[in-house]
Design a protein around this ligand. Structure first.
Ligand code: PLP
Length: 379
């Protein structure tokens, strides 16, 4: 059996005709930048995230950077970022002139906690970026009270968590209310990189927010600093070009219609994995209680990971590591080698992303779990 790490081709087969028909219409009206296709997707995506505004941008990194810029965050400011995220969370902060300050995570959930955020806070901290890693959402109760106490902006990096939900308040069983990823901070940022749960046929990103002024400023910054409703060559801000194009918006809108069903399949495959890995005593990085994860990645913890990975490769099983080097140990950011963030460092040595996609079959999950157990035993 050969089991790829991911399979993007199969789910596209059923939508390609729909997309082609829309692209024909697009070619006819030639509204390639902005226009009805982008507006329709933005409306649908805002509604999906349960926010009032969505602004399409060129990618998920720009979504973070432009949000920070629109909030006036830059040189002299610090922004709290988990050490175990994709480097883009940090590079977006650095691009504004602000300094990313890396914080450790909970050793089991691998998500930021109130204590880890508190440890990174200084007088210069202006914002915090919780990352909903692997689709496992950081609940608002772990971020908002801390941020409110210190007057910090919260930007949720939701690049891996389209459609995840978390309890609205800690220990609020009676209300049983949930909030959606991207909707509890001042803004939520998304990536539509092809491998993401909602992936474009190229690059794309979005910011969602309930703040109309913030949305308008981000839209302007992403469009050469133009003001909405004014002359095409009037530039209110120093902006740049970071727009979501109509072709990508067309693909994304069609795929958004299927997203909940794909997420449901992901949750089902994750529960099959959870059972199979538990039977072999292999720990899985799981969402916190009450969180409906978007299950972007399926990550096990495996000491001796590199050797295990090689054995899985020999058995035809594709794997990944998200991420092998924590940000504070990356050459570009490792200004202070004495910084120690033990939970993130330990995780980086052990995490192993297993084959995972909505249509993965139960027998394929069993094959992976069995080979993983055998590889661990062979060490
Ligand atoms: C957590 C996280 N943040 C930010 C990004 C950046 O998104 P993009 O690649 O669209 O710039 C990604 C994905 O690549 C990501 O996984």
């Amino acid at each position: 059996m050969r089991i790829p790490f991911n399979d993007l081709a199969t789910p596209h087969a059923s939508i390609v005709e729909d997309v082609v028909a829309e692209v024909r219409a697009l070619a006819g009206n030639s509204r390639f930048i902005g226009g009805p296709a982008v507006e329709a997707f933005e409306q649908d995506f805002a509604a999906y995230c349960r926010t009032t505004h969505a602004v399409g941008v060129a990618n998920g990194t720009d979504a973070i950077e432009l949000t920070l810029r629109a909030l006036g965050i830059g040189g002299g400011d610090e922004v709290l970022v988990p050490a175990n995220t994709f480097i883009a969370t940090a590079s977006a902060v650095a691009a504004t002139g602000a300094t990313p300050v890396f914080v450790d995570v909970d050793p089991v959930s691998l998500l930021v906690t109130p204590a880890s955020l508190e440890a990174g806070k200084t007088e210069r901290t202006a914002a915090v970026i919780p990352v909903h890693l692997y689709g496992h959402m950081v609940p608002p109760a772990d971020v908002l009270p801390f941020a409110a106490r210190h007057g910090l902006a919260v930007i949720e990096d939701s690049a891996q968590a389209h459609g995840a939900n978390a309890p609205a308040a800690a220990q609020n069983e009676a209300l049983d209310e949930k909030v959606r990823a991207g909707s509890y901070g001042v803004a939520g940022t998304f990536s539509f990189y092809p491998g993401k749960n909602l992936g474009a046929w190229g690059d794309g990103g979005a910011v969602v927010t309930d703040d109309a002024q913030l949305a308008s400023r981000i839209r302007s910054l992403a469009n050469h600093g133009r003001s909405e409703g004014t002359d095409h060559y009037e530039h209110r801000y120093i902006g740049r070009n970071s727009r979501l194009d109509a072709l990508q918006a067309t693909v994304l809108r069609r795929k958004l219609a299927d997203l909940d069903s794909a997420t449901g399949q992901r949750r089902r495959v994750a529960s099959v994995y959870a059972e199979a890995l538990a039977a072999h005593g292999i720990p899985l990085v799981a969402p916190l209680p009450g969180v409906d994860s978007a299950w972007h990645l399926l990550v096990a913890r495996v000491p001796g990971r590199e050797a295990v990975r090689r054995l899985l490769d020999e058995a035809g099983i594709g794997t990944g590591v998200h991420y092998p080097v924590p940000c504070h140990r990356q050459h570009a950011y490792a200004t202070d080698q004495t910084v120690s963030l033990p939970a993130a460092e330990q995780a980086a040595a052990e995490i192993l992303s297993l084959p995972f996609f909505p249509h993965l079959r139960d027998e394929e999950v069993a094959y992976v779990a069995d080979h993983l157990a055998k590889a661990i035993a062979a060490l």
